[in-house]
Design a protein around this ligand. Structure first.
Ligand SMILES: [Zn+2]
Length: 414
């Protein structure tokens, strides 16, 4: 057992933060045992790590991030999705045919995730099996709980990123067989999005999902262009989400749909039916996608939402920043389209980035007793003239913090 002293903040529920000032948290076998204001007599001999007035919070979960696009972060942001894919994303992804290049990038990517306090992540690789294998091995070794997908893509991209569907399915199956038993980071099926996949590939992935009981991540109603292309290419489906439902990809494990910005009633119905997650990526949506998820309305309808950096459509690698951005965007959405939309609160945003999404990774994302203890300590961000409450420090960190404000990282997996 270990005991840590700090101001402690986590999500009690969707609307409320739990705040324990100057308290002691006991951790046993990687899980939170108890939070006390004073250490009980029988535990007086257990060593205590004291963080003073710094704030202990749960580690963050990034539900949508492209590791191979890490070198592209922060440029090409004046383009829209289709052009940006063509000019920046696909040429960069083609470079992962070179495993040495992949290692160099993926080492830096994984180190940066941890530096930013992200200990759980749903990560896209590329079509390249060797490079994506290195990524999942690296994340697993570093103790990151999460999922990595070898991208499935067999049409509508440059030639050197397309795989013949038979080969794509064989290599995906080998990837699932090799890594499904991983301790921390497991494989997930990853059709890039409907416009880049044939029915043969998507249906084949559906069969693999059933056989290996594996979930899926993809881009879902990401932009009007993407949703229209999906409907043109799969005219038998009423909406983007139905393409995956028909292929049997929705009920084999966790499903994470990236963006979900322009969902139809059918999209919402199907996502809710299978208890899937929508990944809200605020920076990405104002940069290359140009749409805002109706987050408040979707939360009120019971859709599970987590946050994502979407590197490199988003530019900031710390998903904690997306908590602040999601509040900002919900206010804009409500301002410009008041009917049916509302602004979300900071506690709701923090909940999406921690407790709500932490459920995907085995009961982490909170500090209440029983939670898997993945946590970070952020420095007390008070000014000399004005002392902040612990919850104000957390909010300031999510708007104006940097990874240098993280003083300590605790991972249950290592
Ligand atoms: Zn993406």
């Amino acid at each position: 057992m270990r005991i840590i002293h700090a101001d402690i903040v986590y999500s009690k529920d969707r609307e409320n933060l739990a705040v324990h000032r100057g308290s002691f948290i006991a951790v046993e076998n990687g899980k939170v045992k108890c939070i006390w204001t004073e250490i009980p007599e029988e535990y007086r001999d257990v060593p205590v790590t004291d963080h003073g007035s710094d704030v202990l919070i749960p580690a963050f979960s990034d539900l949508h991030v492209h590791a191979p696009q890490y070198p592209n972060r922060g440029f090409g942001m004046d383009m829209l999705l289709a052009d940006w894919l063509e000019k920046f994303t696909f040429p960069m992804e083609a470079r992962y045919a070179d495993p040495e290049f992949a290692k160099l990038v993926y080492d830096a990517f994984v180190d940066n995730l941890l530096a930013c306090g992200t200990m759980h992540a749903c990560v896209y690789g590329t079509v390249h099996t060797e490079a994506t294998s290195y990524l999942i091995e690296r994340m697993d070794k570093k103790g990151i709980k999460g999922f990595v997908g070898k991208i499935g893509m067999d049409r509508n991209a440059r030639e050197d990123l397309l795989e013949e569907p038979g080969k794509a399915l064989r290599e995906t199956e080998a990837f699932l067989e090799k890594y499904s038993g991983n301790k921390n980071t497991r494989p997930i099926l990853t059709p890039r999005f409907a416009p880049s996949c044939t029915g043969e590939l998507i249906n084949g992935l559906g069969r693999l999902g059933k056989k290996y009981n594996t979930g899926m991540q993809t881009h879902l109603v990401e932009s009007r262009w993407e949703a229209e292309q999906a409907r043109l290419l799969f005219p038998e489906c009423a909406c983007d989400t139905e393409i995956y439902e028909r292929a049997g990809l929705m009920d084999n494990g966790p499903v994470i749909g990236g963006h979900f910005i322009f969902p139809s009633e059918d999209d919402i119905r199907i996502l809710k039916k299978y208890d899937c997650y929508a990944a809200h990526c605020p920076d990405a949506t104002v940069s290359v996608i140009a749409g805002i998820m109706p987050a408040g309305a979707l939360l009120d309808r019971g859709i599970r939402i987590g946050l994502g950096t979407d590197i490199s459509a988003g530019h900031h690698t710390g998903v904690y920043t997306q908590a602040g951005r999601s509040v900002q965007l919900s206010k804009l959405k409500h301002f410009y389209e008041p009917d049916g939309n509302r602004a979300i609160t900071f506690p709701e945003a923090f909940w999406m980035a921690t407790k709500q999404s932490g459920q995907l990774f085995g009961g982490t994302g909170s500090l209440e007793p029983g939670s898997v203890f993945d946590a970070i300590v952020i420095r007390d961000m008070s000014d000399a003239a004005v002392k902040l409450t612990p919850e104000q420090t957390v909010e300031r960190f999510c708007y104006a913090g940097t990874k240098e404000d993280i003083r300590e990282r605790y991972m249950s997996s290592i």
